[in-house]
Design a protein around this ligand. Structure first.
Ligand code: GDD
Ligand code: MG
Length: 349
């Protein structure tokens, strides 16, 4: 049994113009099924989990509440951050809430921006993770890397921990390109999937040792938390005292309790248009066409039309996204660079 903790506080800027500040990607349906958040909740079905804790930004509270209701997860606890401080404090709030509610089972920390093709493989990895977490480990999931991706963390497998997994010899978050190339060539490095299984006590103890100021701020925030309708609001002033950091950098890179369970479940992070193109089924010309799209002599396109007809002729490897108030045309391979473009737009050009 787990307490699921769903992280839904990101901004999803690399999926602009579909993903917007007011409605980031986790609340959108990108693969034609439910929203990424709804898909994450659906993944929990049949796992016999406790009611999930969902953490998102204050400004998205109604979106999140509505999607939880639609997914039949109205028993979920909705924790609101006045402003994101990264995943490390977000998970600390969830761990403190779990402890306050007397929940002893490990937390299953799930980002809300993932696609998993093979539920069965995911489940069996969870069983191994539960065993390792029961022995006090902070458990990550390792995915065999297929490219020198610099947007992920890397886990180096150490000694075997029985049948269940491995100790983590080293954890490196978002390496530079040369280091990522080396990890890929080494053969004993895995991508960190961004999902974790850990007991609340073990995580809080680790923060006490590695990031005491963060823990103190989060404790203060939960001590002053206010329940308002279905929303749980940690004290904003206390929370904003917390340093901003990810669990990867604040804890996983520095702890000696990290363990890894290999995961071969068709995992992908839907972070960019390129990633979405890779994840979705492509037609015979390697195009992913969504909405009202007509395409001739074109290859490798990722096209999304919201409300108007989009036609393409004789072009290759582009992203074309049409929405009400903005149209994106970009080199698909460069969709990681959208972050910079969007930030310049937000700053006023
Ligand atoms: N509540 C909350 N608050 N959620 C957050 C916050 C926050 O401040 N920041 C990020 N999140 C959510 C995002 O919505 C996403 O679901 C998840 O936490 C992970 O954040 P990302 O910003 O997407 O992280 P990343 O993709 O750069 O890196 C992480 O995931 C990679 C795999 O996808 C790391 O764990 C990497 O090591 C890992 O390889
Ligand atoms: Mg991500």
């Amino acid at each position: 049994v787990f307490t699921p903790v769903i992280l839904a506080g990101g901004n999803g800027v690399r999926l602009w113009p579909l993903s917007r500040r007011q409605r980031p990607k986790q609340f959108l349906s990108l693969d034609g099924e439910g929203s990424l958040l709804a898909n994450t909740l659906a993944r929990l079905e049949g796992l016999g989990t406790a009611p999930p804790i969902v953490i998102c930004q204050e400004e998205h509270r109604f979106l999140a509440a509505e999607q939880l209701r639609q997914a039949g997860a109205s028993e979920a606890r909705l924790l609101l951050e006045p402003e994101g401080r990264g995943t490390a404090p977000a998970i600390a709030l969830a761990a403190l809430l779990a402890r306050r509610e007397g929940r002893r089972e490990p937390l299953l920390v799930l980002p809300s921006d993932h696609h998993l093709a093979d539920d069965q493989a995911f489940r069996s990895a969870l069983e191994s993770a539960e065993r390792l977490a029961g022995a006090g480990h902070l458990v990550a999931f390792g995915v065999v890397p297929t490219r020198a991706e610099t947007g992920y963390g890397y886990l180096q497998a150490g000694e075997a921990l029985g049948e269940a997994g491995f100790a983590v010899a080293r954890f490196v978050e978002k390496p530079d390109p040369a280091t990522a190339e080396r990890f890929l060539a080494d053969g004993d490095h895995f991508w960190n999937s961004g999902m974790f299984v850990l007991r609340p006590e073990d995580y809080l103890d680790s923060l006490e040792a590695l990031a005491p100021a963060m823990l103190a701020a989060c404790r203060g925030a939960m001590d002053g938390a206010v329940v308002d309708l279905d929303f749980l609001r940690p004290d904003a002033r206390a929370f904003l005292e917390s340093p901003a950091d990810s669990i990867d950098v604040a804890v996983m890179e520095r702890t000696d309790r990290a363990a890894m369970v290999p995961l071969a479940a068709g995992w992908s992070d839907i972070g960019s248009w390129q990633a979405l193109w890779e994840t979705l089924p492509r037609d015979a010309d390697a195009n992913v066409l969504r909405g009202d799209v007509v395409c001739e002599e074109s290859r490798g396109l990722m096209v999304h039309a919201e409300s108007r007809l989009v036609a393409a002729l004789g072009v290759q490897d582009l992203v074309i996204v049409e929405t009400d108030d903005a149209v994106l045309v970009a080199d698909r391979a460069r969709s990681q660079q959208l972050r910079g473009l969007v930030e310049r737009l937000e700053a006023g050009g």
